[in-house]
Design a protein around this ligand. Structure first.
Ligand code: ADP
Ligand code: MG
Length: 270
């Protein structure tokens, strides 16, 4: 289906996700344009991961009840069959999970997972190998790492490999769920730079989930703040961090470590 011109890449409307009687996400409206970098912020338990996984059609496996609308290039995903979602996850959208090892099967060399994903698009085995090796080089890893198992990669290397796969697949939408929270500061900066590169090289839109507002401010065009599953603020990143309107955004800013690492002396109120 060809979307009407100007249709956002991703449109969420009246999206509710419940576990049993508890509704943990209720997003009235949220859009992401082609090539846009959107931060999804919020304190722990706000529903960020649930919202991100629901976009990819992954919460239905965890016992969640999902209603409302998730449209990707105009196509409605909430009622879509699993087969269609799997197809989209291998070609148009991908996840960089919070736990780096979770991106790849633990029992296969990461290159095998990558080749399988690439070959779903057709083409020869040799072409897929070449694209995988090129993608690894673009993220600064030797092609030889393709023969490693996930446990033989560091957290930062795993996240780079996941970004390499998304880039080789040419996905339009990447959902990155706290992709740097388990990494040291240097690896964190490298992963953020790679995601920014991916956006400028391929026009990939990124939904970057994090509770760290300063990190989001440096990367994102816009930031949406989630509080108890609802969007309480959705504004250009620079405006939001310099003049937060919601209590929730103010609290996230106040929780940032200051220059001396002391909490509460960060950019809040600056
Ligand atoms: N599979 C699940 N079953 C039951 N409750 C869940 C499940 N996943 C998440 N939740 C609940 O949904 C709420 C939001 O969680 P989550 O999306 O992980 O928040 P965040 O990523 O912002 O920390 C929490 O109250 C959490 O306990
Ligand atoms: Mg989470």
């Amino acid at each position: 289906m060809t979307p009407a011109p100007g249709t956002p890449l991703l449109q969420l409307r009246d999206l509710r996700v419940s576990f049993g009687p508890e509704t943990v996400v209720h997003i009235g409206g949220l859009d992401l344009r082609e090539g846009e970098f959107l931060g999804l912020a919020g304190e722990s338990g706000a529903g960020k991961t649930t919202a991100g996984l629901t976009v990819l059609g992954l919460t239905r496996h965890t016992g969640a009840h999902v209603t409302g609308s998730v449209r990707l290039s105009g196509e409605e995903l909430v009622p879509a069959p699993e087969r269609r979602l799997r197809q989209l996850r291998g070609s148009v959208m991908a996840l960089i999970p919070q736990n780096p090892a979770a991106a790849f099967s633990p029992v296969l060399p990461v290159g095998t997972t990558m080749l399988r994903a690439l070959r779903l698009h057709g083409g020869t085995r040799a072409e897929a190998r070449r694209r995988a090796a090129e993608a690894m080089e673009r993220v600064g890893l030797p092609a030889g790492h393709l023969s490693r198992f996930p446990h033989q990669l560091s957290g930062g290397q795993s996240q780079r490999t996941a970004i390499a796969l998304a880039s080789a697949l040419g996905v339009r939408l990447l959902v990155a769920d706290e992709p740097t929270s388990s990494l040291d500061v240097t690896a964190q900066a490298q992963i953020c730079a790679l995601l920014a590169d991916l956006r400028s090289a391929h026009g990939t839109a990124v939904l970057f989930i994090s509770h760290h507002l300063a990190l989001l401010a440096g990367l994102c065009d816009r930031i949406a703040v989630l509080h108890r599953g609802r969007v309480v603020e959705d504004r250009p990143a620079a405006d939001l961090v310099t003049a937060p309107r919601s209590d929730c955004a103010r609290e996230l800013l106040a929780a940032l470590p200051g220059p001396d690492g002391v909490r509460g002396t960060g950019t809040a109120g600056a």
